[in-house]
Design a binder for this molecule. Sequence first.
Ligand SMILES: [Mg+2]
Length: 349
Amino acid sequence: MTKQNVLVQKPRAGPDRYICSISNKKVLKEEVDVNGAGEIIGSWVDRLRASSPTHIKSSTPSSLTNMVHLPSAMKMFNQIMDESKGKQIVMFLDYDGTLSPIVDDPDRAFISHKMRTTVKKLARCFPTAIVSGRCMDKVYSFVKLAEIYYAGSHGMDIREPAKGTKYKKGSHAGILFQPASEYLPMIDKVYNELVEKTKLTPGAKIENNKFCASVHFRSVDEKKWTELAHQVKSVLKNYPELRVTQGRKVLEIRPPINWDKGKALEFLLESLGFANCNDVFPIYMGDDRTDEDAFKVLRERGQGIGILVSKYPKETSASYSLQEPSEVMDFLQRLVHWKRVPYVGQTPM
Ligand SMILES: [Mg+2]
C-alpha cells in the first residue's frame, strides 16, 4: 500500500486504520468519465459489447494480438504447488462467473451445493475470502458460509468470519472496513433514480450493491443498449463526482474513492497478519475486468498467482486460467486433497 494509492496507513489496527482522501485525478484505467463528451455513450456500449464472450469468440485474429493465452492452472497444478512450498496459501475467490455461472437474472446466480461444500472444505484448509462486486448481504445469501471472509461491493464492505476459524478465533464477526460509508445515501439515491429512469426499457435491471449501483445490460436487446446508456448518463450528470466502471455486460456506479478488489486483497492480507511477509502465497481467482486490479497487485508484490476464469483469451495480468466455474471447483477440490494428502517431499502449511 503506497501513498500513490491515495491511502495513508495509520499505525494502529482497526477498521479505521486507513484514511481515504478523494482524488478524481486518480482513476482506474477502465474508468469512464461521466462528464465526457457524447462519444462516451458509444464508448460504454463498445466496451460492454467487447465484454461479451460471444463477441470475443467472433473476434478476428488481429484483434486478439494483445490477448493472452494463459497456461491452464489445472495442468500446471503441481508446478503451482511447488511454488507455494513453505508458504501459507490464502484463497481469494470472485463470485459471479467464478463460483457461480453467469446467468441472465443476477438474482438467480446461485452457487451449486457441490461448490458450496467445496468452498467450505477449502476454508478449513486455508484462510478464504470471497471478493465480489455485489453487496455483502447478497453474496452471503448465496454462499451461506459463516467461516469465510467477505469483501462485498468491490471490497468496499469487508467482513470477517462470523464463525471462528483456526485463522480467526472467536465469534466476533463484524465489519473490518468500509472506506466509502459516507457515500451510502448518495448511492441509494442514484439507485432509485436509475430504477425510475430505466423502468420502460425491457430487460434493464438495476442492482443496489450498497456501496455501488449496477446497471445490467445482459437481458436488454442489444439494439436498446445505446438508449439504456443514455438513460444512465442522464441520471449521472447530476452526480459528477461518481465513477463508472464496466464489467461483463454491466455498468457499475461507484463512489470516487481509490479502492478496488486489489486494495481489498491487500487489506485482507494485512488483517490476516501477512502485510510484510514473504511466506504467504495468495491465490486470486476471477473472471472480470474488476478482478484485474487484484491480479496486478499480486504481480507487483511478486507473491502468489492470479487465475483468470475464462474460456477465451483476454488482456489480463493473471498468470493462469481456468475455463469455467466447474473447472474452478475441480481445482479447489484438488487443492483440498493436496492439503490433506501432500505429494512426497512437499509440506503444505
Ligand atoms: Mg465475476
